[in-house]
Design a protein around this ligand. Structure first.
Ligand code: SF4
Ligand code: SF4
Ligand code: SF4
Length: 625
């Protein structure tokens, strides 16, 4: 590969004389076929089939073992929820500490995907070449620390004094919400494409492992400490067959010569080198770990390019992570790694006279070749899409921050349409900012961000644009699932109640309860719709249902007291009122909210009682009347 001055300089740092590598395919044929590669392929296929079977079993039965996925360990560290992912990851690290990275080589579906992609590329005559960066190689470890160490450190400094550092453990080994922490299926396809094909094509066969996988960050450290290594006997004649077959880009024969074992932490113990050695000189065995042994690598970037690469990686990662609430962290890391490669290589393409990529000549004697134009176009489109995502993400983040800073309690804002009088100056400022940023994100976005839509709906409601709020909540619900969907329908139903559109409100609230039957707020609102529609017995049943689920609901008890009074059941009215008084907090805002809700359904006498109580607690409320 002609790669400009920088890489030429880099390549001079070390030269490797490999009989098998410098000669033709005919000589390569002299290498024994690996007998273990088919066993490894079988293990990885079996693993993939087991994963598919796990999903099918959950779809059929509704409950299953929680995902056996290391990222789930984050939840254990944050909230104490012991799940299968935590157990698997702990055992995998312990196994790696003893045997080295066998789990990576024989038990990872992402590795299976990368191997499959590399195999396909080789069928087209393209052998992936490793992209080597000194600084980006630290990304997996940094992300691993963020995922698995930071939650505990954060708890240590931020937890309330009476809370223990280690959260109380709870059993989450079986779940009905198997997919809750995964992206939608239609995101999983580009995820696999980016983390499989693109990282392999641009960054080498283990591109995702090297620059994006946080679990690999820990596995590399564990491998360094492990006594289990690929070791060599005196029978080695430095033929280099082992290096030729290594898909982890380890210069096996050199490490054997220097240390008598493979010390490179990239070794995933696939055992191909052991299998192809013509002298049977290799074996897996235990001995001294290689903690102090290091390998010299041939890097692809100059130090200036390394610094630029770090900045590009960071910018790209922040631009795409969670954009549209769609791109998961691992996918964002894969995208950032590919973006960095493309940006650095494009920069080099513009500067040097000759450059190739695989067997394609991109630039020759300063003239762009057809492949060069194609590469440049693809890189610019990719980087442009990253920049666009960054723009959208910036507005999403700024809008979300403004939304989170709005202080008015939801219940008070929802008690009467147009809650302008309750908004503080800072609320008004956050509403203006939130609206500006969330509209900018929605207008520029290529996809719908369902959570941003819900936030925008709330901000529109607080601004007095109730119709727009109802519309946006409906759109958000179309894209949401379960809890989020139920909440969007609940808010939509509540706003429709305030607008006096009780039939429509009832429909929304029924949809909310269809998603989450335990959403008691929706039951209270549903009772209000029914009451206003004249279906008073059904309204009472709805409120009784709410109280049956939680006897200490002040609003539902008040509504039942008002209903009993208006239906002439004075004894029941007194009982419900007593129950309500027991649980109504001595908060003027809360009393005012209850008063407004009672007034909405014509229970004026009881409403006045709460307005009076609010005035007692805070005479300044007189100005609100
Ligand atoms: S580093 Fe990550 S992606 Fe690569 S094999 Fe190991 S666990 Fe799988
Ligand atoms: S270990 Fe075997 S395959 Fe590797 S260089 Fe020595 S003899 Fe050749
Ligand atoms: S050094 Fe050997 S066991 Fe390790 S990854 Fe390379 S071929 Fe596989």
């Amino acid at each position: 590969m002609k790669d400009g001055c920088a890489s030429q300089k880099a390549s001079k740092q070390r030269s490797i004389e490999l009989p098998v590598l410098k000669n033709s395919a005919a000589q390569k044929d002299g290498i024994r076929n690996s007998r273990v590669s088919r066993w490894r392929a079988a293990a990885l296929i079996a693993l993939t089939l087991l994963m598919i079977a796990h999903v099918i079993q959950w779809r059929l039965m509704g409950r299953t073992i929680s995902p056996i996925e290391p990222s789930e360990a984050m939840h254990t560290l944050q909230s104490g929820a012991i799940n299968a992912g935590f157990i698997f990851f702990s055992l995998a690290i312990l196994a790696t500490l003893v045997f080295g990275r066998f789990v990576c080589g024989w038990g990872c579906h992402i590795l299976a995907l990368q191997d499959f992609c590399a195999w396909l590329l080789k069928k087209f005559g393209l052998t992936p070449k490793p992209f080597r960066s000194r600084l980006l190689a630290f990304v997996p470890l940094i992300v691993a620390l963020y995922m698995f160490v930071y939650p505990t450190v954060y708890r240590f400094f931020a937890k309330p004094k009476n809370e223990p550092l280690i959260p109380q453990f709870t059993n989450h080994l079986v779940t009905s919400e198997f997919w809750a922490t995964f992206p939608p299926v239609w995101v999983a396809i580009p995820f696999l494409f980016v983390c499989g094909f693109m990282t392999v094509y641009f960054l080498g066969q283990k591109g995702f492992c090297t620059y994006a996988c946080p679990y690999g960050g820990f596995f590399r450290i564990a491998d360094k400490l492990s006594p289990g290594k690929i070791r060599v006997t005196d029978a080695c004649n430095s033929c280099g067959h082992c290096t030729a077959v290594c898909t982890s880009n380890v210069v096996v024969h050199e490490e054997l010569k220097q240390y008598g074992m493979v010390v490179n932490q990239d070794c995933m113990k696939c055992m191909d080198c052991v299998s192809v050695c013509p002298n049977d000189a290799l074996y897996f065995g235990f001995g001294k770990p290689a903690i102090t042994k290091s390998v010299k690598k041939n890097y692809s970037l100059t130090w200036t390019e390394e610094a630029a690469a770090v900045l590009i990686f960071l910018a790209s990662f922040l631009a795409v992570w969670d954009v549209y609430q769609l791109v998961p962290m691992l996918m964002a890391l894969g995208i950032a790694a590919v973006t960095t490669f493309l940006a650095v290589r494009t920069w080099r393409l513009l500067r040097v006279k000759d450059l190739s990529f695989y067997r394609f000549n991109l630039k020759s004697s300063g003239t762009f070749q057809k492949a060069g134009w194609l590469f440049l176009s693809f890189a610019l489109v990719w980087i442009g899409l990253n920049a666009h995502s960054g723009w959208v993400r910036y507005h999403e983040r700024a809008g979300a921050r403004a939304f989170e800073n709005i202080q008015i309690p939801d219940e008070l804002a929802l008690a009467r349409a147009n809650p302008a009088q309750w908004l503080s100056p800072s609320d008004r400022e956050n509403i203006v900012n939130g609206k500006k940023h969330l509209h900018a994100a929605a207008n520029a976005g290529l996809f719908v961000n369902k959570e941003a839509l819900s936030k925008l709906a709330w901000i529109e409601y607080l601004s007095g644009n109730t119709e727009q709020a109802v519309h946006l909540l409906g759109r958000a619900a179309e894209h949401q699932q379960e809890q989020a969907k139920a909440l969007s329908f609940y808010y939509q139903g509540a706003i429709l109640n305030r607008l006096g559109r009780y039939e429509q409100a009832l429909t929304s609230l029924d949809q909310a309860l269809a998603e989450r039957s335990d959403l008691i707020l929706a039951r209270e609102e549903r009772g209000e719709s029914l009451w206003q529609l004249g279906r008073k017995q059904e309204a009472v049943l709805a409120w009784q249902d709410a109280v049956g689920r939680n006897a200490g609901l002040p609003l539902a008890n008040n509504l039942l007291a008002g209903a009993a009074a208006s239906l002439g059941k004075s004894e029941a009215a007194v009982a419900y009122e007593k129950q309500a008084d027991r649980f109504t907090p001595a908060d003027p805002f809360f009393h005012w909210m209850v008063g407004l809700r009672l007034q909405n359904v014509g229970m004026n006498e009881l409403a006045e009682k709460h307005f009076g109580r609010a005035l007692q607690l805070n005479p300044a409320f007189r100005a609100r009347r």
